[in-house]
Write a protein that binds this ligand. Structure first.
Ligand SMILES: NC(=O)c1ccc[n+]([C@@H]2O[C@H](COP(=O)([O-])OP(=O)(O)OC[C@H]3O[C@@H](n4cnc5c(N)ncnc54)[C@H](O)[C@@H]3O)[C@@H](O)[C@H]2O)c1
Length: 279
């Protein structure tokens, strides 16, 4: 078999060389992994988060910038985008990734203040990000890539609280809607739907729901690998999601817009409980 030199060179090269990217929720978890992988691929990265110590340290380690930004506060998001423009003169990529899980519980006892908070971070935060990123990208005239974090909970019920699920489902509609408008400007708008990534968010949810305070990343990965993936024994990692974000940020995905890239080890595609039919 002939070696595909082009493919191996593409793999090794810096796929985001010179691009300027903003990552919200970039201080830890999926956002932090993405900020690191973006930087490894040559991007200049601004991290926007509310965890100032973690965010500042990470930004320092990747030669990036950090800004305190609560994505539910519109002027905070505008300031984060302005920082990227002041620093490097343009914005090529925004990863609208900040999110919270909100509360669980029955719909009959739903706490509307909690729902409002989840929507204000998970959905309004993304609207803010798209608004100011699109403005900057249109002004710059170079197009861009807008990536938003939705969830497997947007596809299947039963994977998150009602407020969280509503916010994540709304993101997929918002992304399609904005892709329709912004395509003419060369701006692509996509979302990523992770599932079962053992970040602080997921591990603390498992601890809370199973009442096992001592649970850690390894145990959660094991459970997800056994029950939450068609790839038995394989759970998601934060890097799996980061690598997908690199693809959507890079020119390799240049003809992809309005898409929801699901990163779930096939979990929402079907179940394997009747796998005996394949024998
Ligand atoms: N972990 C999973 O299995 C999973 C699955 C599907 C979707 N997601 C989504 O992935 C995204 C990242 O979550 P994660 O799993 O890395 O969890 P995480 O809790 O480790 O990271 C979330 C980050 O967002 C930041 N953040 C929270 N509220 C913010 C606000 N108001 N303004 C700015 N930053 C804020 C946090 O400080 C943190 O750095 C979220 O949108 C989450 O809903 C995660």
């Amino acid at each position: 078999m002939e070696l595909d030199v082009d493919a191996s060179e593409r793999f090794l090269m810096k796929r985001l060389a010179g691009k300027v990217a903003l990552v919200t929720g970039g201080a830890r978890g999926i956002g932090a992994a993405t900020a690191k992988v973006f930087a490894q691929h040559g991007a200049h990265v601004v991290i926007a988060d509310i965890l100032d110590d973690l965010g500042t340290n990470l930004a320092h380690s990747i030669n990036g910038r950090y800004i305190h930004c609560d994505v539910s506060v519109e002027p905070d998001v505008e300031s984060a985008i302005n920082l990227a423009i002041t620093w490097k003169g343009k914005l090529d990529v925004i990863f609208n990734n900040a999110g919270i899980s909100g509360s669980d519980g029955s719909t009959t006892a739903i706490d509307m203040e909690q729902v409002k908070r989840v929507i204000s971070v998970n959905l309004n935060g993304i609207i803010h990000g798209i608004k100011y990123a699109a403005k900057a990208m249109i002004k710059g005239g170079q197009g861009g890539s807008i990536i938003c974090t939705s969830s497997s909970a947007a596809i299947m019920g039963g994977l998150g609280g009602h407020g969280y699920t509503s916010s994540k489902a709304a993101i997929t509609g918002l992304v399609r809607s904005c892709a329709c408008e912004l395509g003419k400007e060369g701006i692509r708008v996509n979302c990523i739907s992770p599932h079962g990534v053992p970040s602080e968010m997921l591990v603390s949810a498992y601890r809370r729901l199973l009442g096992q305070e001592e649970m850690g990343v390894e145990e959660v990965s094991k459970i997800v690998g056994e029950r939450g993936s068609l790839l038995k024994g394989r759970a998601a990692t934060v890097e799996d999601v980061a690598n997908a974000a690199v693809f959507l940020a890079s020119e390799e995905s240049g003809f992809i817009t309005g898409h929801n890239l699901v990163i779930d080890g096939g979990y929402t595609s079907g179940c394997s409980t009747m796998s005996f039919i394949y024998q």
